[in-house]
Design a protein around this ligand. Sequence first.
Ligand code: TYD
Length: 160
Amino acid sequence: MLLPPPTDPPHFDAYPSADERGSLDHCGVFRLPQIQDRRGNLTFVEAHRHVPFDIKRVYYLYDVPGGAERGGHGHHRLRQLIVAMSGSFDVVLDDGRRRARYHLNRSYTGLYVCPMIWRELDNFSSGSVCLVLASEPYEESDYLRDYEAFRTLRNAPSAT
Ligand code: TYD
């Protein structure tokens, strides 16, 4: 289930198919299941049910100093769901043509990022934790770390 976007990014009702890549139209904020309980709330994520991929890796950012920026790269194949487990931060997504800024501050929502999207993370609140569910193991060759090279590749006539 899709939440109303926090700013003005494009949104959709269901995850895109695995083939869809390289467009902000295929990214968005999704609501995850939440079991509310007086003892505390619980959220769970199942592969192919709540994320459209096998979860092959989990990593998290924490102890991020004030003013720090993370990310600053794209990926050829990687798909991710980014969750603000604690606190808040912003994710800027860029498909080489458009940019959208998402403010994440709920542990029951996740920002889905399809392949071939440039991402930057900033505006981390004190004590925030950024959890990332990823479709692939870590592989440096999947990274695009130069923005102009990313844009050139993304906007090449043969790109999807
Ligand atoms: P990077 O992906 O550039 O960090 P971020 O995008 O969050 O700012 O990774 C930073 C370093 O950590 C880099 O040397 C690669 C290493 N790393 C791994 O070894 N495994 C991983 O799963 C990730 C995400 C990074």
